[in-house]
Every structure is written in structure tokens, then in C-alpha cells.
Design a protein around this ligand. Structure first.
Ligand code: KG4
Ligand code: ZN
Length: 386
């Protein structure tokens, strides 16, 4: 089955085509085309993602990305297959997505219908104006090419791509997912593939959000995660003295919840009270912050692994690109002597991409879990688990 995946929930516009077969016990897939445009540079001056700017950029990027992945997949042909009447229908669907409507109409008048079986699109969680662009694009394409649509939960995409980034697909259950991104910090338990139960979550800021806000306090560019990681690594390499101690919020609490707002406030106090802001100070602070966040994530994850007899640990979301956090989790599992399969994606698959949406979409498409296009809506706060 060939699936086209579309992701526009935040500041990455991404499109991917996979060919997949089998169920989890006998699953295989090939990436036929995969392309992404990051808007980081555009949002940088604002110190965060600016929703309406993200919306405009997604509208501009989607059609060129679609052309790109179809070309990679060798699915682009120049037979005139879409009738003018249909193209006009597409223009009506994309009435409110101005540039996107024009770009797609031109594309459909130029190229024929590719052999694809379904479209998977992120419907939430994320920034609603951004999500709508992807959803409307999917609806228009589904109409033009007569294809079914699977709406995908972005967080499920993170789980699926991380779970499948191992040596094999023989996943053992119970499986615990630690989901750490710009909008989420959650521990989710699965007793079966694609069934989720929420064990705990952040009570305030997400860990990625904390990385970004702390970076801003330290006058580092957006996105803050990679910047803090770089400085913290330098502090460790240079053995810079540790003169600051930040709190480890909720590390000993008898639950699986997190809290990162207090940690951010503690950093603010340190930044405001210190007169010297030499590079050494910034490195030391970045390291202490990264250590504090890591220790809390590791402690809560170990508690959940232990309490639930977990056999597979999956770590997903943008923050799982962080080497220190990855290594600390893997080390903790070894130190506890636990026989647990730890699955963490490579850096480029940890952050948002469309492969994760195509993969999650495939498992739903296989079960024919398609949605009536008109019923698909952007859900900014869509939950994965309760
Ligand atoms: O999953 P993602 O790409 O988008 C969301 O769904 O939110 O995650 C983005 C988040 C940002 O907060 C970013 O600062 C963080 O992931 N991030 C990192 C690193 N790379 C990205 N945080 C810590 N260390 C990193 N290397
Ligand atoms: Zn994400």
C-alpha cells in the first residue's frame, strides 16, 4: 500500500510517500520519497513559532514538496488526468488557502494522477491555523485523486516512528512511551500496538518549551533545545566548574507527572541575579539546566518502567534528539539491570517529519480507519491517551 503523509502541525512543512506491507508481526516499508522544509529561520526573529506566518509558509511549501516527493518516488507523470471540473472543485475546497489553491490547481492541470492508495494527514495536536493548511490540502488532493484520508494524531506519529527505529519490528509489550516535545511531556503505556493509556504528564510547561524558554532567557536563538545541548556539551568537555544548583521539580513525587515551569523560573532568577554573563557562565547554566531536566525525565521513566513491568521503552518527540537525554535513559536502564528494549529515533526522525505520519497512517489505513473528509477538523489539543 502506498501512503502519502502530510505534516504541518508546527514549523516544519513535510511530505512523504511510503510503500508499506504487513501488520506489526510482519511489517516492512520503503520510503519512496521524503522531503521537508523547516521554517526555523523565518520564525527566529520572533523567538518562537508565529502561527500565521507558519500557515502562510505551509501554503507556499506544500505543492513544491509534493512535486519533489512524487518525483523521488517516480510517480510523477505528465498525462493530463485530472479534469477541469475537478480542478475547479479543488479551487473551491482551497478557497480560503489562497496561494495553496492556485499552486495546486496549476499542479493538477500539469501532472496526472499518481498511483497512491491513501493520504495520511496530521489533524492535531498542534497550531490550528497550521494544521488546517495540511488538512485542507489533504482534502483537496483526496478529492482530485479520489483517495481515502486517514487523520493522524501527531503524537502517535512520534510513538510509531520511534518504536520502529530498532533492529527489528518484534516489539514486546507492555511498551512505555516517553513523549518529549515542544508541546508535550507524557508517559504513555501500551499493552498492545497503538493502544494508549496515560500514566502521567506535565502539569505546566512541556520540556521542549522549557528548553526554548530557558534559551530565550539566556539570549540564545530559537529553537533553544539544540543551542542548550551544544553549550552543555562544551561545559562537560571543558570540565567547567558547577557553581549553580537548579531544582529537580517533582523528582521524588509519588506519581508520573512532571513540572518544568519552576525550573524555568529558577533559571530566570539565576540570570537576573548574576552580574557576570561570560561564556563560561552560560555554558555552566546550560549544563545544569540540561542535567536537571534529564534527571527528572529519567527518574519518572524508571519509576514507570519498574511499576508496569515494561519490556520496551520508546522515546519520541523533538527533545529525544538530545544526546545527553538519550544516553542518560539508556544508561539508567543498564544500571538497573533491566532487560528492556530501548528505542530512540535518529536525530532527524526525532523532530517533526512526514514519515512518522505516513507510518502511523498506514497502520490505520490497513484497518480501513478512514474518515469522511468533511468530518476532519484541526484539533489543537487532540489527546493521544487518557
Ligand atoms: O517534536 P518537535 O519537533 O515539535 C513538536 O511537536 O513540538 O519538538 C520540538 C521541540 C522544541 O522545543 C525544540 O527545542 C526541542 O524539541 N528540541 C530539543 C533538541 N532538538 C529539538 N531539545 C533538546 N535538545 C535537542 N537537541
Ligand atoms: Zn512533534
Amino acid at each position: 500500500m502506498k501512503i502519502l503523509g502530510i505534516e504541518t502541525s508546527c514549523d516544519e512543512t513535510a511530505v512523504c510517500i511510503i510503500e508499506a506491507a504487513g501488520d506489526l508481526t510482519d511489517f516492512s516499508y520503503t520510503v519512496l520519497g521524503n522531503s521537508l522544509i523547516s521554517q526555523t529561520e523565518i520564525h527566529k526573529p520572533y523567538g518562537g513559532v508565529f502561527p500565521n506566518l507558519a500557515k502562510r509558509e505551509h501554503g507556499r511549501n506544500l505543492v513544491p514538496l509534493l512535486g519533489d516527493v512524487l518525483r523521488q518516488a517516480d510517480l510523477l507523470n505528465e498525462e493530463r488526468a485530472v479534469e477541469e471540473k475537478v480542478v475547479q472543485g479543488v479551487e473551491r475546497i482551497l478557497d480560503r488557502e489562497h496561494e495553496l489553491g492556485e499552486f495546486l490547481a496549476t499542479f493538477l492541470r500539469t501532472y496526472g494522477i499518481p498511483k497512491i492508495d491513501a493520504i495520511a494527514v496530521t489533524s492535531g495536536p498542534g497550531l490550528e491555523p497550521a494544521l488546517w493548511v495540511g488538512i485542507n490540502f489533504a482534502k483537496a488532493l483526496a478529492f482530485a485523486w479520489n483517495l481515502p484520508i486517514v487523520p493522524v494524531n501527531h503524537m502517535e506519529g512520534h510513538v510509531v516512528i520511534s518504536a520502529l527505529s530498532g533492529k527489528n519490528n518484534h516489539l514486546k509489550f507492555p511498551l512505555l512511551s516517553l513523549l518529549i516535545s515542544g508541546g508535550h511531556t507524557e508517559l504513555v503505556l501500551s499493552n498492545d500496538w497503538m493502544h494508549y493509556k496515560l500514566l502521567g504528564q506535565t502539569r505546566d510547561d512541556a520540556v521542549g518549551e522549557a528548553f526554548d524558554k530557558v534559551a530565550r532567557l539566556m539570549e540564545l536563538p530559537y529553537p533553544g533545545g539544540p543551542e542548550i545541548e551544544r553549550l552543555a556539551r562544551e561545559a562537560r568537555e571543558k570540565n567547567i566548574e558547577r557553581a549553580i544548583r537548579l531544582p529537580r521539580p517533582m523528582i521524588d513525587s509519588d506519581d508520573y507527572d512532571f513540572s518544568f515551569a519552576g525550573l524555568k523560573t529558577a533559571v530566570r532568577k539565576v540570570v537576573e541575579s548574576s552580574e557576570v554573563k561570560v561564556e563560561k557562565f552560560t555554558m555552566m547554566l546550560a549544563r545544569e539546566f540540561e542535567d536537571a531536566a534529564t534527571e527528572v525525565l529519567v527518574a519518572k521513566t524508571m519509576r514507570a518502567l519498574d511499576d508496569h513491568g515494561v519490556k520496551t521503552l520508546v522515546v519520541g518527540g523533538g527533545v529525544s534528539a538530545n544526546t545527553h537525554i538519550k544516553e542518560a535513559l539508556a544508561q539508567a536502564v543498564r544500571d538497573y539491570g533491566l532487560d528492556i528494549d530501548v528505542r530512540i529515533p535518529s536525530r532527524d526522525l526525532a523532530t517533526d517529519n512526514a514519515l512518522m505520519i505516513a507510518l502511523a497512517g498506514y497502520f490505520h489505513a490497513q484497518k480501513k480507519e478512514f474518515a469522511v473528509p468533511d468530518s476532519i477538523r484541526a484539533e489543537g489539543n487532540l489527546k493521544l491517551a487518557y
